[in-house]
Design a protein around this ligand. Structure first.
Ligand code: CUA
Length: 652
């Protein structure tokens, strides 16, 4: 296909999209029947049935919603600084955002995945990728906080991530962009044959959930787009969609669309483990951060790791096979039994479904149809299970309901299409408003989906809500999928751009949700767990304030002897041991954020006073009837003052 024709197609697609949106906008007003309203109504004081963890995309965070209500409960800060929660502002969490590039207080978070045991959701952790500065984060669902972030070396645009295997043996992360490995100064136009991709396997400790970059697999210089694990029969395998098998490096919309087929790469990670155990890896120098938040010290540490074990797919037989898949596949999804791998060619109208059993047969009979950099290519016909024909335009992602149906999003024709696994026939379609990307069925990427709802995450919002200037909210839509036909129930706005989500029955999490931090177990270096230990200490121009807070005062609340030029550390411990009694603390002129401190927790901010005077601080969280009285003063004297430090509470 020549370049001109492709540009023409792109223009047509854009026109269709524009027209499609406007047309659908007109007839969408009657979509919500009164029975739909009942289905999403969660009465005051009642709880939702499901949690939905929806990625924030360019917000870098992870939002927690209830389903079916669509109510927002929390935004969990992950890769981006968050002034509301002091994430990345207080001394305790700053190390969480450390990388080999230094402090990186933002990322692009895409694909959350919930930990599994025996192929079923276990509700312990959510993992999510940072795309831009490649990282994988772990959120502990007993506290709904990010407790670990590991940087991924030899990766760029960490997109085919973060997907867990059936027993959370690994969280898998694949590079989107191929790059020189190791990074070096070289001409970009020497990409072909010189740039490489990497697929990373991060082990997860079965006991404490600790992550470790176990090994990486070096791959040809394609782009690796999405991934999903094998399950059941295909447990031990991981599948990655690829595009740009052309290995081009410029004007990708044209040059990476030349080949009729790209590949799904089937990676045998059990085989990789064998090769690791046999010592068939190379140890490459690397430089990446491993950041861990300790819940006893309430403090994060960052460690720089210096090497990584690498397996070369070109040299190690049986490690990777390539399944030809039409038209630059995007989504790469595996059904609950693990037999079918769906590749959605985003420039196609058909869905290609590969068979795992046929793949194994073809491998065992060594029926190969060429190779790429030493990696065997299987024949398309040999691995094809079936095709969902003419299902729509621009297929992106597929999820499964556990009743033998697949649900695929179509970006260009803006719809969710339901089809039967095995017969490949389309059974229903419902429009999305507008241009849906990912979709999510709770447990849809496990052996046991909870097929009651599907959430569509849309790329374009246009007229769905009250206008808010040029920037409008991003949007999700909830459909009931419990019947033969899908039913649109609800639109709800989202934080950032939702790329993907993971959902889970609330019962699997809510009983284990932590209510307070135990003061007795607080091992923070600067904790002040009783008022007897309250004090202020000077070490040169560093001043450490050991402060407590309880309804409704700080101790101390009057401090004198601070000087201009001092670096003042407020180490503040919340002495409360009751559920839902956080206090906040903020200091005038502080170049950080307030601290929002949970019961039993200690946090620290730094204040560098620039001006002589008497400066107030106060509680930022409305904690009691006397919240407004929860305040104090710091006296700041000139740099050359010889006023001694003193502190007090309730003295005249
Ligand atoms: Cu403590 Cu408001």
């Amino acid at each position: 296909m020549n370049k001109f024709r492709l540009v023409m197609i792109a223009t047509l697609v854009a026109t269709f999209l524009f027209v499609g949106c406007n047309q659908q906008g007109k007839d969408s007003s009657g979509a919500l029947a009164s029975s739909a309203a009942e289905k999403v109504y969660v009465a005051p004081g009642e709880h939702d049935d499901f949690y939905a963890f929806i990625s924030g995309g360019f917000s870098g965070q992870l939002s927690v919603y209830g389903l079916p209500s669509g109510r927002l409960f929390k935004v969990i800060p992950v890769f981006s600084q968050d002034a509301e929660k002091a994430w990345g502002y207080n001394e305790e969490t700053k190390p969480m955002l450390n990388t080999s590039h230094g402090f990186v207080p933002w990322d692009d978070s895409h694909h959350p995945d919930i930990s599994q045991t025996n192929g079923e959701l276990d509700g312990r952790f959510v993992f999510i990728n940072g795309n831009n500065t490649p990282r994988i984060a772990k959120i502990d669902l007993s506290v709904f906080e990010t407790t670990e972030i590991i940087e991924i070396p030899n990766s760029a645009g960490n997109h085919s991530s973060a997907f867990v295997t059936e027993n959370t043996e690994y969280v898998v992360a694949g590079t989107r962009f191929s790059v020189p490995i190791p990074q070096r100064d070289m001409p970009i136009n020497e990409y072909k044959g010189n740039f490489q991709g990497s697929l990373s396997f991060i082990s997860v400790d079965p006991e404490d959930g600790g992550m470790d970059l176990s090994f990486q697999i070096l791959m040809p210089g394609f782009d690796y787009d999405l991934a999903h694990p094998g399950r059941g029969a295909s447990h031990g395998w991981m599948f990655f969609s690829t595009y740009n098998s052309e290995e081009s490096h410029s004007l990708m919309e044209v040059n990476a669309s030349q080949n009729d087929k790209d590949f799904i790469a089937a990676v045998n990670w059990k085989k990789a483990e064998e090769y690791i155990n046999e010592g068939k890896f190379k140890t490459m120098p690397a430089n990446y951060a491993h950041n861990v938040y300790d819940e006893e010290t309430h403090t994060a540490t960052s460690t720089m790791k210096k090497e990584v074990r690498v397996l070369d797919a070109s040299e190690l037989p049986g490690l990777v096979y390539l399944l030809p898949t039409p038209k630059s596949p995007h989504g790469c999804d595996v059904n609950p039994t693990g037999e079918y791998i769906v590749g959605n060619g985003k420039l196609s109208s058909d869905l290609t479904v590969h068979s795992f059993a046929k793949m194994i047969d073809a491998i065992e009979s060594e029926k190969f149809d060429g190779e790429a950099y030493g990696i065997p290519i299987l024949s398309f016909e040999d691995v094809l299970a079936g095709t969902v024909k003419q299902a729509g335009l621009g297929p992106l992602h597929t999820e499964f309901d556990g009743q033998g149906n697949g649900y695929t999003t179509f970006f260009i024709s803006s719809e969710v299409v339901k089809w039967k696994v095995g017969t490949w026939e389309v059974v229903d379609r419902q429009p999305c408003y507008y241009s849906v990307g990912h979709l999510m069925i709770p447990g849809g990427n496990s052996r046991k989906p909870y097929g009651k709802y599907v959430v569509a995450m849309n790329k374009i919002t246009k007229d769905r809500y009250l206008p808010t200037g040029p920037e409008v909210t991003q949007s999700a839509q909830l459909y009931d999928i419990s019947g033969e036909k899908m039913e649109l129930l609800l639109d709800f706005p989202t934080v950032g751009e939702p790329h993907y989500a993971a959902g889970i029955p609330a019962d699997l999490i809510k009983e284990r949700s932590k209510k307070i931090y135990s003061l007795e177990e607080n091992k923070h270096k600067y904790a002040t767990t009783s008022d007897a230990n309250v004090r202020v200490e000077r070490n040169g121009n560093e001043v450490h304030i050991y402060m407590t807070m309880i309804r409704s005062h700080f101790n101390p609340d009057n401090i004198e002897g601070i000087k201009v030029g001092d670096k003042v550390y407020f180490h503040v411990t919340n002495l409360e041991q009751d559920y839902d009694v956080p206090h906040g603390v903020s200091m005038i002129g502080a170049n950080t954020s307030e601290l929002l401190i949970m019961p039993g927790q200690t946090e620290t901010f730094v204040w560098e006073p620039k001006q002589v005077g008497v400066w107030p601080f106060y509680c930022t969280d409305f904690c009691s009837a006397l919240h407004q009285e929860m305040q104090g003063y710091v006296r700041v004297s000139p740099a050359n003052s010889d006023l001694e430090l003193s502190w007090s509470l309730g003295e005249d």
